[in-house]
Design a protein around this ligand. Sequence first.
Ligand code: FMN
Length: 342
Amino acid sequence: MGEINITFPASSFPRRIGGVTVENPVWLAPLAGITVPSVRLFFRTLGAGLAHTEMISCAGLLHGSKKTLAMLRILDGERPVVLQLFAGDERTLLEGALIAASSSAFDAVGINMACPMPKVLKKGAGSRLLDRPEVAGAMVRSLAAAGLPVWVKTRKMPENSPIGTLAFTEMLLEAGASHVCIHGRSPRQRYGGDSDRSVILSVASAFPGMIAASGDVYSPDDVYDLLVGGCSAVFVARGSFRDPFLVPAALHRCGFPVDKSLLGADPGRRIEKLLLLGDGLAAEEGERIALLLLKRFLSGIFRGLCGASQFRRTIALATTWESMRATLVDWKVFAERGEQCD
Ligand SMILES: Cc1cc2nc3c(=O)[nH]c(=O)nc-3n(C[C@H](O)[C@H](O)[C@H](O)COP(=O)(O)O)c2cc1C
């Protein structure tokens, strides 16, 4: 497909998608335990056009769980942010959304109809809603009636389902959803096997501007191909663990302006960004969570530099942010010498 067919010219942004004004269509996906405020802010400063919270339990909000209420926190500079909720029925969802709306400034409410994990399915939530289209529709209608922009993240429908992905998506949009993201794996696949791009693209062509893609987004070309194929936006999920700088690389590939120092030639600048992420995480989430999350994002950044394995080992063994920080600072000096492996 030639560049002529591109339906997302960078010059058409900022643009409103699903009722939210965004600078670009490369977005941070919702990731449970990972897309905490400092991580979202980090990806926004790398250029992501929008970020999602991790999924938040409406039952937890209704029970006044301190841990769940703390998930509503949004930092200055993060927005646009989509707050993703999960519930098994429309009443719990609406009540949870109203609690969230009274204490948090987000741009849209996302309903999780995608999670395949047993503890969520047991509650009738997540991808269990693909088997309960009438409840899924009622959920969208109740939030839309409350005046909240409603986004849905769903999956490819199971093969034995009486309705297909296109019909399910159409039902959500008719019920009042402003935007739908489709993960191209069925619930049974969980996170394994391949994501079916063709099903996403065929729904996207039926509802232009309304359908974002998720699944197997690992390279700038993956993002480019999904946008050229007609998706309104692309969610970056596990690709961000492999390379936290995938977002600026993808933006560059798609013709959006980016801070060129984040594109690879300048390891020192990238490490500076990671140091800021670490400082933010340590202050916001505490040292234990900060170390866990940083180890996830740092594993991919040592590729291609001689001597990096020693730094990788030291980082993996770090038990305090202070020691990990010191290793990163050492590595910055080392990386700036620019010794490349063959
Ligand atoms: C650790 C982890 C946590 C996730 N948490 C959520 C979540 O809270 N809400 C959601 O809608 N999807 C969640 N997802 C799914 C991702 O948003 C994404 O749809 C999925 O990983 C497919 O994209 P990928 O193949 O590019 O990683 C999660 C995925 C992973 C790996």
